[in-house]
Design a binder for this molecule. Structure first.
Ligand SMILES: [Fe+2]
Length: 299
């Protein structure tokens, strides 16, 4: 059975059928999914009952897995999974049963995911693809929204394109947490929290399409006064997240959504019932093109 991808949104997002991703894939299947990622930037797979190991194996088809920063910073007894590649996107305690308290530090840290961002853009090599798999979802709310940064770039006028094309932004997790009033103590992990430069415009190496590499982790633009940079980034983010560029994913158990952080931003949406469980698991790949962008930015 061949893989087919049907369009879900006018500019991005494809729904994939004709593949069981709990099983090892053939080279042709991997190639079809890769091609789909360059075309759609977000792919949705329904009814895929993946285990942790199967999710890691499926992710490995597309590159080198990244170890999450939260996983690195948490002590082993505070982690729900042993694999450092698996990100815990849940509201659960280590036992996997009880819910985290409203003021739990991990919960508060994760609340910054409600801001539009690109995963791990605070790293010298940010995330390429992120894969999120739904194990338990709340009855209402908790959507993930995606914004097409290629369409957002295309919609800029010529002057705005010329301006963004030359800019280099500084990314740090300290900046995104600061926006929700959370202080990340930089004296404990200064090497991991130091701002890293990335070009604001990223070009897809396969099809040459340009996109805006925006993220709530950005706190400065090189060569600009900080207040001017922050005001400008707010305007640009507002432009880039207009409704015509956005797709809201309503999770079903067994959904796997994969997206390219170099071409889309995303954010988590609120769910109000604090007594309901939500358990999603994340794997990410290193964003290869960003290494180049970073090296150029540093020159
Ligand atoms: Fe994220």
């Amino acid at each position: 059975m061949a893989i087919t991808i049907s369009r879900v949104h006018p500019t991005f997002v494809g729904e994939v059928s004709g593949v069981d991703i709990t099983k090892p894939l053939t080279r042709d299947q991997v190639d079809a999914i890769e091609a789909g990622m360059h075309e759609y930037a977000v792919l949705v797979f329904h009814d895929q009952p993946l285990t942790d190991e199967q999710q890691v194996e499926f992710t490995r088809n597309f590159g080198e897995l990244e170890v999450t920063l939260a996983g690195q910073l948490a002590s082993p007894d505070k982690r729900r999974f042993q694999q450092l590649e698996l990100g815990d996107i849940s509201n659960l305690q280590e036992n996997g049963e009880s819910l985290r308290a409203r003021d739990d530090s991990r919960r508060m840290y994760a609340l910054a995911n409600r801001l539009w961002h690109s995963d791990a853009s605070f790293r010298a090599v940010g995330a390429g693809y992120t894969l999120l798999h739904a194990r338990v979802v709340p009855s209402k709310g908790g959507n993930t929204e995606f914004a097409d940064m290629r369409a957002a770039y295309s919609a800029l006028d010529a002057e705005a394109k010329a301006e963004v094309d030359g800019l280099v932004c500084e990314h740090s997790i300290v900046f995104s947490r600061e926006q929700i009033g959370l202080e990340v103590k930089s004296d404990q992990h200064p090497d991991k929290l130091k701002p890293v430069p990335h070009k604001l415009v990223v070009t897809d190496s396969v099809n040459g399409r340009k996109s805006l590499y925006l993220s709530s982790h950005i706190g400065a633009i090189q060569g600009w006064p900080v207040p001017e940079a922050r005001a400008y980034l707010r305007d640009l983010t507002e432009h880039a997240t207009q409704r015509q560029f956005v797709y809201a994913h309503q999770w079903r158990v067994g959904d796997l959504v994969m997206w390219d952080n170099r071409t889309v931003m995303h954010r988590a949406r609120q769910f109000r019932d604090l007594n309901e469980k939500r358990d999603l698991r994340r794997t990410s790949l290193k964003g290869v093109g960003l290494e180049v962008a970073n090296r150029l930015a540093a020159e």
